[in-house]
Design a protein around this ligand. Structure first.
Ligand code: NAD
Length: 296
């Protein structure tokens, strides 16, 4: 497999497409945003005129779009890519969308004689740029083996979570926990600072104590504690709060559908809802610390 179409060149998709190209694949890409398309083209990716143009002659299509409605619009219906791709083509959707929608799209792919995987990712924009993403895959094992060389060009860890939609379910469980632990970390750091502690000293203590977690170790929400974290560049880039809100909403929908209790996930969703309503939707999700402390 050599010719790949890549649709959606945002914060994640842009660097992922460039990594594929740099690893020897021939990538034809499309994004509705001219700026995103130009940026990827400057890094060597072919800029297509439309999604159909990108997919023309491609053996596999990868999409990295904001939400389920964008994925459905790309693939389904008379104008969708499923109606245009040759039988046997491989489709990999890396967007984070709800599992039910992923199963619906996978069913339509099967009906069209195509192979489809849901392959949402973890690792953030830094992981996308470094080619160290974790792929959490749902679908047939044989299709995953076909996809493996592509996923290995963009990531480091590949997990097969189960059948169609299972990748999305596992991803949503992870991100619900991430939203909870980021809000909890922000609350703990704010409590310490209000009581005279240096946030860096407190973070160092927590990182070597039982409260340690991914946020304290790699993605600290307090400005100035970690040079390379979004908190130290005004919460620009990274994983936007509105996307975290989307994921917490997906977790809540999943909990409702399956009659599972998710009191902490629901609380985190409410915190992020308020945070986004206060105008912070475009800031990295670690900016939830503003909910607990007034930052300069
Ligand atoms: P983004 O908003 O930066 O990028 C999405 C891109 O899709 C945009 O450039 C937009 O123009 C393009 N787009 C939308 N509809 C399109 C269409 N019909 N055709 C072509 N292009 C279209 O978002 P992102 O941060 O790259 O996230 C993408 C997905 O990855 C989301 O589902 C998100 O939840 C998930 N994700 C993001 C991160 C992160 O850290 N940013 C981490 C893991 C997963």
């Amino acid at each position: 497999m050599k010719h790949i179409a890549f649709i959606g060149l945002g914060n994640m998709g842009g660097p992922m497409a460039v990594n594929l190209q740099n690893k020897g694949f021939i990538v034809s890409a499309f994004d509705l945003s001219a700026a995103a398309l130009e940026k990827a083209a400057a890094a060597g990716v072919r800029a297509a005129r439309s999604a159909a143009d990108a997919a023309h002659g491609a053996e596999a299509v990868i999409s990295m779009l904001p939400a389920g409605k964008h994925v459905a619009a790309l693939y389904l219906g008379d104008d969708g890519l499923f109606a245009k791709l040759p039988k046997g083509a491989l489709v990999i959707d890396c967007s984070t969308i709800d599992a039910a929608a992923a199963r619906q799209v996978a069913g339509a792919a099967r009906d069209a004689g195509l192979a489809m995987l849901d392959a949402p990712v973890s690792g953030g924009t830094a992981g996308a740029a470094a080619g160290t993403l974790t792929f959490i895959v749902g679908g047939e094992a044989a299709d995953l083996e076909r996809a493996r060389p592509l996923l290995e060009a963009m990531g480091k860890n590949i997990f097969h979570a189960g059948g169609a939609g299972a990748g999305q379910t596992a991803k949503i469980c992870n991100n619900m926990l991430l939203g909870i632990l980021m809000a909890g970390t922000a609350e703990a750091l704010a409590l310490g600072v209000k009581n005279g502690l240096d946030p860096k000293v407190l973070s160092d203590i927590i990182s070597k104590s039982s409260g340690r977690n991914w946020a304290t170790e790699l993605y600290n929400p307090w400005p100035g504690v970690m040079d390379n974290a979004p908190a130290s560049r005004g919460y620009a880039g990274g994983f936007m709060s509105e996307l975290m809100l989307k994921d917490l909403g997906l977790a809540e929908e999943t909990a409702l559908q399956s009659h599972a209790a998710n009191p902490l996930g629901a609380l985190a969703r409410n915190l992020y809802e308020e945070h986004v309503l206060q105008g912070h939707g475009q800031l990295d999700f670690s900016s939830i610390v503003k909910r607990f402390h007034t930052l300069n």
